[in-house]
Design a protein around this ligand. Structure first.
Ligand code: ZN
Length: 407
């Protein structure tokens, strides 16, 4: 009897993480769906939901209601606890930084942008973004369970160093993970157990892909390829069966350095005509004959130009040129990776919106797997997806073991 009870409790505990992940990613809106997804009895699913509610992570609607128009038995609705814990998310980009508090479900609770010329000393901007985040935490009064940082560079594993921060002025190999941990300790940002958190650090486009896979346009894809511009440059990422594919040392999917224009401009990587400099916001402005202005990031300026002046033949021609280059790069990736979905972020999302048929035609025409099947190409749907992805890194220990992280 005692043994049976212990076994049941252990089984219940091992289901807490998967159950929380289902609610977190919106895949279990009701207790009935949770029961089916977990493959457990209704009693076990009820106990698991009650435990997550007791931990302050989710809310179980006490009065079961049937979904509108449904014939099925009414079920308790599950949602993220509205005043539940948050994590601190931070992003550094070519034009400054942004701090945010992010709840479960990928929800932005509060955010604070900061504009600055990113200093050559990464400690200064990391301190600034962590201080901004710590300020948001104080104002909100919410419990903090960790922190994540998105940087515009590949992050080498296991060292946690920024290997190619070419669009910010940092030296290659800047120890961003250690610097983030020092800033978090200085600001007293807590993690699970209320002790200072060391935080997690990742590449911004990797984190975009992770966020979109869990909460956005990548949901349900098994081989998700993400390609996106930041404020400068182009990055890529692959999510395989729900996990980021980062390669043997964190450096996989450096898609920005695929050559798409053999006679193109010299790239900072030493090659020529890379996607990174031939299909980013600066390349678009230049191709349209525009000189970047002082107001707004290059990404914002190129977005405004594409949306506002698409009727201008020079803007249209620049968009066509970048779509063709992007399509060429995507076709090469489709041949190598055989993704079941491609999602595009930053300026690439805007280019897809401007002329989806042209981009899809280039990819289909130039790729073997594209010709034989046609890979869906979709725009990213989340605002601030790198921040949401940075938060996912911080949420992961809680998703893996809610009781261990909060108990
Ligand atoms: Zn390059």
């Amino acid at each position: 009897m005692t043994q049976n009870r212990t076994t049941r409790l252990e089984r219940g505990r091992s289901a807490l993480g998967p159950a929380l992940e289902l609610v977190h990613t919106g895949r279990a809106p009701t207790r009935a769906v949770l029961t089916a997804e977990l493959g457990v009895t209704r009693a076990t699913a009820g106990a698991v939901a009650a435990e997550l509610e007791a931990l302050g992570l989710i809310q179980v609607d006490s009065r079961p209601t049937a979904a509108a128009g449904s014939q099925g038995r009414p079920s308790h609705r599950l949602s993220i606890a509205p005043r539940g814990p948050v994590v601190l998310a931070a992003q550094i980009h070519a034009d400054g930084f942004r701090a945010a508090l992010v709840g479960l479900g990928g929800r932005l609770v509060a955010t604070a942008p900061g504009c600055m010329t990113v200093p050559a000393d990464p400690a200064r901007v990391i301190d600034a973004v962590v201080e901004a985040g710590a300020g948001l935490l104080r104002e909100s009064g919410r419990r903090c369970l960790g922190a994540g940082l998105a940087v515009p560079s590949a992050v080498a594993e296991p060292e946690g160093t920024a290997l190619n921060p070419i669009h910010v002025a940092w030296a290659a190999g800047a120890p961003v993970r250690d610097l983030f941990a020092e800033s978090l300790a200085k600001a007293g940002v807590p993690g699970p157990g209320n002790v200072p958190t060391a935080g997690f650090t990742g590449n911004d486009v990797n984190l975009t892909a992770l966020a979109e896979h869990r909460h956005g346009a990548g949901r349900g894809a098994r081989h998700l390829l993400c390609v996106a511009t930041g404020h400068r440059g182009v990055g890529g990422a692959l999510v395989l069966d729900g996990r980021l594919h980062t390669g043997s040392s964190g450096l996989a999917l450096e898609v920005g350095h695929i050559p798409v224009n053999p006679d193109g401009r010299a790239c900072h990587c030493g090659s020529r005509g890379c996607l990174d400099i031939e299909a980013d916001p600066l390349a678009f402005l230049t191709a349209a004959g525009r000189v970047p202005g002082p107001e707004g990031s290059l990404l914002q300026q190129s977005r405004d130009l594409l949306r506002g002046e698409y009727g201008d033949p020079a803007v249209r021609a620049a968009a066509d040129l970048l779509i063709d280059r992007l399509g060429l790069g995507l076709a090469g990736l489709v041949n190598i990776l055989n993704p079941d979905r491609i999602i595009l972020g930053g300026l690439h999302r805007e280019l897809l919106d401007a002329d989806p048929e042209r981009l899809r035609a280039v990819v289909a025409d130039r790729s073997l797997w594209g010709r034989s099947g046609g890979v869906p190409i979709l725009p990213c749907t989340l605002d601030h997806h790198s921040l949401v992805g940075a938060a996912e890194l911080a949420w992961q220990p809680v998703l893996d073991d809610p009781l261990g992280a909060l108990g």
